[in-house]
Design a protein around this ligand. Sequence first.
Ligand SMILES: NC(=O)c1ccc[n+]([C@@H]2O[C@H](COP(=O)([O-])OP(=O)(O)OC[C@H]3O[C@@H](n4cnc5c(N)ncnc54)[C@H](OP(=O)(O)O)[C@@H]3O)[C@@H](O)[C@H]2O)c1
Length: 200
Amino acid sequence: MKIVIIGGAGTIGKTLTNHFKQEHEVIVAGRSTGAINVDIAESSSIQNFFDQIDKVDAIICAAGEAKWANFKDLTEEDYYIGFKSKLMGQVNLVRIGQNYLNPKGSITLTTGILADDPVIKTASAAMVNGAIHSFVKAVVLEIENGIRVNVVSAGMVEDAYEKYEAHFPGHNPVPMKKVVNGYIRSVMGKDTGRIIKIYE
Ligand SMILES: NC(=O)c1ccc[n+]([C@@H]2O[C@H](COP(=O)([O-])OP(=O)(O)OC[C@H]3O[C@@H](n4cnc5c(N)ncnc54)[C@H](OP(=O)(O)O)[C@@H]3O)[C@@H](O)[C@H]2O)c1
């Protein structure tokens, strides 16, 4: 398979890259990392990215940002960061990326536990995660050419424990092997429209 991993040099992404590159051709992309640069927050950048590669069998997105801050401090502009990057970035990846997938290809998006179990400072981040879950369930009713779309929603991953443990008191870090399995299930299996939750 030929697999694009956007965010493939990040904490989750590099583990995915290391797994999938063992048996597949992997193209890693990011704003400043990877073989080809793309900023998912700009649809013109997504279009430009896909114009540079031949058709692929799978697109994985392990990228996307949202502003974390106390609700009282979040401005309208702050919400638009997550809206433009994590939410519309991934929606646009499906909207544009579907045209660059071989028939029966797959798209795997990434959200997180905040959609179901938010912590403080995540009014924006939790909101976009939940919106992506609803988008995935709806888009598979209409997307053509046998293309499958799923989202992996993980808890705080073990490789990000030091960065996030203060934000997730008492949460168990999720083993990277389990997180990778969520993506394997989406890419190699037959699921579509699934929110693959890996919270423990
Ligand atoms: N870490 C966790 O515990 C955890 C748990 C559940 C869900 N998540 C979610 O999973 C995703 C990845 O998390 P992570 O911890 O692996 O993050 P990370 O270590 O910060 O890595 C993010 C990767 O995405 C790329 N990226 C960021 N914004 C981008 C953009 N606008 N366009 C293209 N590439 C972009 C970055 O590369 P460049 O800087 O080169 O662009 C980087 O390679 C995030 O959406 C995060 O919210 C994380």
